[in-house]
Design a binder for this molecule. Structure first.
Ligand code: FAD
Length: 534
């Protein structure tokens, strides 16, 4: 349940890869929610705006980290009357909710600094980039904070599936593979029904309905065959498309045979777009994920001290003292409050001196963080739209870049365009970040050119973010295993004296902003109950 790089079609997958895949996979705002019939759409625990009644009893709270979790806590607690102060390491708010535009600079661990050269209006979201309809908490805050949303194109039937080991490395349109897979499966199933092979599983009446549905779902002909026809061409694409006048008559295309479809392994990508988080509609903030940060900044920016690196946290019976350093002046400072909500990623927190009980201390150290790299590439023109009719969506590949995602904004605009040229995880992330930023970008261009030869001619510049080298997260997001969750999750989430943890890592929606929001709401509700109880 994390936002991970699209699953790359491994094609010719061996048993080990298959087992590894299985192992890995185990894993609306008020208005939209009111519209959801019978609560079916509620995927997160968010059920509506939080109410913290009864007053703050003069209590103060220090919030560590101004990502979404920290800013939700600051917003709701200050509304309830608490005295709130937020300490944030970066010179900006938002944490991982971040957008890189032309002129922005970014320094990773090791000191390599990149300056983004994108043209005006172009951007890349190096971290979060899409908002599932199911994430009611995030959509609620977007609405409340005036963050405009627009559709994010997740699945584009006209984008490609690509494998170096299928079709001679030639990319195939997603719709072609999907239509042929559905068609052949439907034909086979219809055969089984007609040969009475499923008599034990379906009644005669249901078998009739099943056959009818297979004909419709698989675009089969009247003989229940998946063949070259107008029906199949309407889904997989025409050999020559319909037009007007004398040259109007369309010519259907030839379906791939079933063995080719199966051996290509590309069927695996059909399921990728079916998970709850990736079903349409999906949104993105107009102008990039940084707009979520900007929305919160408008509401709670006055409570946040930027450039403040927390270096030690210590609690006693009457409160919590936090030592921090001003990263511009290197001045050592400290702050004190009755309570402390810490949203610093565990990968960083585990290195900060902190006096908590042993189970919480163990939980903080128990969660490894996922490595990941995203690379944004700018080209002289939107050739993917102009030459290949791909407007938004994702091309999946077994190349190390894993995917190419086309911008879901500015369709049809002239001038330079930016796409996501790589979103990769695992060992390849380490290999990529072992190279200089310029080398990583060059490799993404070389790989991507196997799918879009225009890369070579049109490339202008690029920028890469290797999350395990981002000093303030040291990873993409926390990776719980079943075992670590069973042993440590509750201990991580329990309030320890006057100290408590929030953030995506303290949720079952890890790797999504919704996890950060629901964890934050959960902990401030418990803190408020404690304050009310005196
Ligand atoms: C590549 C990638 C893709 C993703 N895709 C999606 C997606 O499509 N949709 C989605 O909803 N989510 C996605 N996510 C997950 C999402 O970004 C996170 O779940 C969410 O932003 C976490 O919010 P947070 O407040 O818990 O943590 P953060 O945003 O990390 O906030 C923690 C804050 O603590 C600060 N901090 C760190 N150390 C210190 C210190 N010593 N002193 C003071 N402050 C400190 C940091 O600077 C940061 O501002 C993605 C993440 C990544 C990396």
């Amino acid at each position: 349940m994390t936002d991970t790089p699209q699953f790359a079609p491994g094609f010719a997958m061996n048993k080990r890869e298959l087992l590894s895949l299985i192992g890995k996979s185990a894993g609306a705002g008020a208005m939209l929610m009111a519209m959801a019939p019978l609560n079916q759409a509620h995927a997160s625990t968010f059920t509506g705006p939080i109410k913290l009644d009864g007053g703050a009893k003069g209590k103060s709270v220090l919030v560590l980290g101004a990502g979404v979790a920290g800013m939700v806590a600051a917003l709701e607690l200050s509304r309830a009357g608490y005295e709130v102060k937020v300490l944030e390491y970066n010179p900006r708010v938002g944490g991982r909710a971040w957008t890189i535009k032309g002129g922005d600079t970014f320094t990773e661990l090791g000191g390599a600094t990149q300056t983004c050269e994108f043209a005006e209006g172009n951007y890349i979201n190096p971290g979060p980039w899409r908002i599932p309809t199911e994430h009611g908490g995030l959509i609620h805050y977007c609405q409340e904070l005036g963050v405009a949303l627009e559709p994010f194109q997740q699945n584009n039937y006209n984008a490609y599936l690509h494998s170096t080991s299928a079709f001679g490395g030639q990319p195939q349109r997603y719709k072609t593979i999907q239509a042929d897979y559905y068609g052949h499966v439907s034909e086979l199933l219809a055969k089984a029904v007609n040969q009475n092979a499923l008599n034990d599983a379906v009644t005669a009446e249901d078998a009739e309905i099943l056959l009818e549905s297979l004909r419709s779902w698989g675009a089969l002909d009247s003989n229940m065959r998946y063949v070259r026809s107008a029906e199949s061409a309407r889904r997989r694409g025409w050999s020559k498309g319909p037009g007007g006048g004398l040259t109007a008559e369309p010519i259907p295309s030839d379906p791939l045979d079933i063995s080719t479809v199966l051996k290509s392994g590309m069927w695996r990508n059909i399921g990728t777009h079916l998970s709850n988080e990736h079903q349409h509609a999906i949104f993105q903030p107009v102008g990039g994920m940084g707009q979520i940060a900007a929305g919160f900044d408008r509401a709670v920016g006055h409570l946040i001290r930027l450039n403040s690196k927390v270096t030690a946290i210590s609690q006693d019976d009457s409160g919590v003292t936090v030592d921090y350093m001003d990263t511009r002046t290197e001045e050592r400072l400290s702050a004190r409050a009755d309570y402390c909500i810490c949203t610093i990623p565990l990968s960083v927190l585990a290195q900060i001196p902190l006096n908590v009980n042993a189970p919480l201390a163990a939980a903080i150290k128990a969660v490894p963080y996922r490595p990941s790299v995203k690379i944004g590439l700018e080209f002289k023109r939107r050739f993917w739209e102009q030459d290949e009719q791909i407007f938004g969506g994702i091309t999946s590949t077994n190349l190390p870049i894993s995917q190419i995602s086309y911008p879901s904004y500015g369709y049809g605009s002239r001038g330079p365009g930016v796409l996501l040229g790589a979103y990769t995880g695992g060992a390849m992330s380490y290999e990529l970040t072992g190279q200089s930023p310029a080398q990583r970008v060059q490799r993404a261009v070389d790989w991507g050119a196997q799918i879009h030869p225009q890369y070579r001619e049109e490339f202008m510049n690029g920028i890469s973010v290797g999350w395990h080298r981002v000093p303030w997260t040291l990873g993409c997001f926390g990776m719980w295993s079943e075992e670590s969750r069973a042993t440590h999750y509750r201990n991580l989430c329990e309030i320890d004296g006057r100290f408590m943890v929030a953030g995506e890592h303290a949720s079952y929606i890890g790797g999504w902003i919704e996890g950060a929001i629901t964890s934050s709401l959960d902990v401030i509700e418990r803190l408020h109950q404690r304050v009310q109880a005196g």
